[in-house]
Design a protein around this ligand. Structure first.
Ligand code: BAL
Ligand code: ZN
Length: 873
């Protein structure tokens, strides 16, 4: 496999103005007839070189140019291409291919899931449907006729509006769909199945009525209401906040069980992983409700940021993904707790994206090369891409940002654009120079800002010096300075933020552009405590030498919710790191009482917003501790963190118990933010109480399981029971069996049944995970099940995955090798934990390396696995 480079981009030699497709769907194959209106790209001169289309796993039936059928001698069929001779500037090309959706286990292109035909074409799946110029800068008007057996597939869908339908003899029927908007092939979609529908309408800001339809298998039809409400909220929000109106007469969502991604924004016909659309109080947790809302919004927002304005090439992926994640993050913040949303997003960045930036696959949000684009649907492109867009908003200001967004959509509507186009629009609309800011698009790695300060009592001046650096990443040894917006405040000894200018503002965004620079603040009577990077104003690490009492102080007084939380995380991380060091030396290190006391203060603070309080009561995750370690000692991290959790529970038992009791749930379930906050806080208390070796506390979780009126409380209780070292195996088995009995027919809920077990440090041993592979509800063709069981174990269960002498790694490697033949995208994602091998202590490191070497030695690896394994080793 060879890498392709951004610098080599060239516009195509041909355009495809129209694409007329006919799908004849049968039980063992499908016939695809594609009629393309092809036109020479005039910018490339009058020459008419051959036309080469790409195609994979296609059986070619016939090729016609205009009305003449070509003989095999007249075209060249390569292993993944079809080259036809060209005699004129514009012509029609008709290609008939036979494909086998029933045998397509990669879940790219056209495939079957639970008897339903469906598609996934982003990024390069369309080439598994027919020969095409399968690249996003080729935009075409699509018409799609779908023909299938009416009894088995009463519902036949594609993009746009249905313009005709009819029946054939023999029980077959057909529907023709026409999409009036030009689109690239990756936005094509088709669905054929026996589906039920929930319908609603939305009236747009110009008064147009849009039909909204959500399709699922009949047994899930009662779980679509939340997605429908979320869709309508999204449509309204995009009108109000971005001035964007929906453009077709119909918007459809289809839920599919077997899906590699979360969801896909195909024009007018979004296809969703069932887990991201279905929700009912009895089957979905609060987190799932919020996830459904966020993903429905994300896919809907793509209609403008992605579909109306798409990407020129896949190096520009963050153009649509970073911007759309930013849009959905702001939507979720408006719908729920803004403070908690920021903490959650910063946690993902600091735990997982920083790890990606420090690993072998590190890449800028606009990569400069790739072997397999599927490997670049990453936290960097999505989440860091979102943070880069957020920084632009911080730098140019909210009003200018909206002007820039309007200008971007006006300028590029109907086009395939670049990240540069986006930045330019922001620059032109705001008048702010973003030249240096562009380094965020070119350079990988997480910048580090090092802050030092000095107070001069005689001049009453306080100075802050900020230095920046960025570690080397693969292919980028040295970096240019970034333009980093660093929001700060200065707190006096009472915890009040001091005015920083004549108008009395207490927060200032420092525009850090140099490698080292000093800011001076006048008229201070005492040395303040700086609150740095408020609201996580940039995706960077902060080095400042906070004393532990400073962190406790910030936890109490910082008016910025994010920094208040972050101070607690820093303190807890330091305390746990001390314990890890002690464990490695075989010493009994004491847990710093400052942390235990600080948690007591948080528990007692009745003014604190419950949602923020919950976040502040969470210890840093094992993944976060690993990310911040110089060298990862997984078992010691788990042990140290567990000890601190227990110590908090023991020290504050009465307070936690009282809080748990006062938060008792009443009434029917609602996914409303204040209720979610209460449930989350209560279940966080339950988690702590379950750390206690005390029968009555252990019984609490069992009682909650028995009385739970919604999935959130049920799952929290179940997790508390199975993660406790004081519950009997009998109790654990009884609950697991009860859960199974209730939910064995609900595939999405069963994912959580697998995941809770595989990610449990006590229950989820390798043996147990292996036994679950044999379970009747496990399905190795389902990415959701694989992620639940294998991902839960390898990414979510640090203790068991890293126990023993590398057996966990061998087990994962075996699965990756098997899955690579079946579904390379899913295999590649599951491999991530192994790719971080260099950061582990020597014994783990060596075993992980060996597992990777074994994968690498397998012949005929997919490009997905080949790229990740070779870059990792
Ligand atoms: N475009 C792939 C799925 C998503 O990001 O919405
Ligand atoms: Zn997206």
């Amino acid at each position: 496999p060879r890498a392709i480079y951004l610098k080599d981009y060239q516009a195509p030699d041909y355009w495809i103005d129209t694409t007329d497709l006919t799908f004849d769907l049968f039980e063992d194959h499908a016939l695809v007839t594609s009629v393309l209106g092809v036109r020479r790209n005039e910018d490339h001169g009058e020459d008419t070189p051959e036309l080469t289309l790409v195609g994979i796993d296609l059986e070619l039936v016939s090729v016609c140019v205009d009305d003449t059928e070509l003989t095999p001698a007249q075209y060249i069929q390569g292993s993944e291409s079809l080259t036809v001779p060209v005699a004129s500037q514009a012509f029609s090309l008709t290609v008939v291919t036979r494909i086998r959706p029933q045998e397509n286990t990669s879940l790219e292109g056209l495939y079957k899931s639970n008897g339903m035909f469906c598609t996934q074409c982003e990024a390069e799946g369309f080439r598994k449907i027919t020969y095409y110029l399968d690249r996003p800068d080729v935009m075409s008007k699509f018409t799609t006729k779908v023909i299938a057996d009416k009894g088995r597939y009463p519902v036949l869908l594609s993009n746009g509006n249905d313009i005709a339908r009819g029946e054939f003899d023999g029980g077959r029927h057909w529907v023709t769909w026409e999409d009036p908007f030009k689109k690239p092939s990756y936005l094509f979609a088709l669905v054929g199945g026996d589906l039920e529908v929930v319908e609603d309408t939305f009236t747009t800001m110009s008064g147009k009525e849009v039909a909204l339809r959500i399709f699922t298998e009949s047994h899930n039809i009662d779980k679509c209401d939340h997605a429908m409400v979320s869709l309508k909220k999204s449509m309204k929000w995009d009108e109000e906040v971005y001035g964007r109106e929906y453009d077709l007469d119909i918007f459809m969502i289809v839920a599919v069980d077997h899906f590699n991604m979360g969801a896909m924004e195909n024009k007018g016909l979004n296809i969703f992983n069932s887990s991201c659309v279905l929700a009912s109080p009895d089957t979905a947790t609060d987190a799932s409700y919020q996830r459904v809302e966020a993903i429905v919004a994300h896919e809907y927002f793509h209609n403008w940021s992605g579909n109306r304005v798409t990407c020129r090439d896949w190096f520009q992926l963050s153009l649509k993904e970073g911007f759309t994640v930013f849009r959905d993050a702001e939507f979720s913040a408006d719908m729920n707790s803004r403070g908690v949303k920021r903490i959650e997003d910063a946690t993902v960045m600091k735990t997982a994206q920083f790890a990606e930036d420090a690993g072998p696959m590190a890449h800028p949000i606009r990569p400069q090369s790739f072997i397999e684009i599927s490997n670049f649907y990453t936290l960097t492109v999505y989440e860091k891409g979102c943070e880069v867009v957020r920084m632009i908003q911080t730098i140019v200001g909210k009003d200018n940002f909206r002007k820039g967004s309007d200008l971007y959509f006006d300028r590029h509507d109907g086009e395939a654009a670049t990240c540069e186009d986006f930045v330019k629009a922001m620059e032109d609309a705001s008048g702010v120079d973003l030249s240096q800011f562009r380094n965020w698009y070119n350079q990988a790695g997480t910048p580090v800002i090092t802050v030092t300060d000095h107070f001069n009592p005689s001049s009453r001046q306080y100075s802050l010096t900020i230095g920046q650096s960025c570690p080397a990443t693969p292919g980028q040894d040295s970096k240019l300075p970034f333009h980093i917006p660093v929001a700060i405040a200065l707190l006096d000894q009472k915890g009040q933020a001091l005015p920083l200018n004549e108008v009395g503002e207490t927060e200032q965004v420092l525009q850090v552009t140099a490698a080292n620079e000093t800011w001076t603040f006048d008229g201070l009577t005492e040395k303040p405590l700086p609150s740095i990077l408020r609201n996580f104003s940039a995706p960077v690490r902060v080095n400042y030498d906070y004393r532990r009492e400073d962190l406790v102080f910030l936890m109490k007084y910082d008016s910025d919710g994010y920094n208040r939380w972050d101070a607690g995380q820093r303190l807890a991380t330091e305390v746990i790191q001390d314990l890890v060091k002690g464990l490695l030396k075989g010493e009994e290190a004491e847990i710093d009482s400052k942390l235990i006391e600080a948690f007591g203060v948080v528990l007692a603070d009745e003014q604190l917003d419950k949602a923020v309080k919950t976040e502040m009561l969470r210890l840093p995750t094992e993944a976060s501790l690993a990310e911040q370690a110089e060298e990862i000692h997984p078992l010691q991290i788990c042990e140290a963190r567990s000890r601190v959790r227990k110590a908090i529970a023991v020290a504050h038992k009465n307070q936690i118990q009282a809080l748990y009791q006062t938060l008792e749930q009443k009434g029917d379930y609602s996914p409303e933010a204040t209720e979610i906050a209460e449930r989350t806080l209560r279940n966080t208390c339950l988690g702590y109480l379950s750390e206690l070796e005390d029968d009555s506390q252990q019984q609490l979780a069992v009682d909650q399981y028995r009385s739970a009126g919604n999935m959130t409380d049920l799952r929290a209780a179940m997790s508390a029971v199975i993660n406790s070292s004081y519950q009997s195996q009998e109790t654990i088995d009884a609950l697991l069996n009860d859960f199974l009995d209730r939910y064995k027919n609900d595939s999405v809920v069963m994912d959580s049944w697998f995941m809770m077990q595989s990610a449990s440090p006590s229950l989820g041993t390798l043996e147990h995970v292996k036994s679950l592979l044999e379970h009747a509800s496990f399905d190795s063709t389902s990415p959701n099940k694989l992620r639940a069981l294998l991902g839960g174990f390898a990414s979510g269960n640090m203790k068991q995955f890293h126990s023993g002498s590398g057996e966990g790694y061998e087990f994962l490697a075996d699965w990756i090798i098997t899955l690579d033949k079946q579904n390379p995208q899913t295999a590649s994602r599951l491999m991530t934990p192994l790719t971080r091998w260099k950061k582990y202590e020597p014994v783990c490191r060596e075993h992980m390396r060996k597992a990777l070497e074994r994968i690498k030695a397998v012949p005929d690896l997919s490009t997905d696995i080949y790229e990740v394994v070779t870059k990792s080793l």
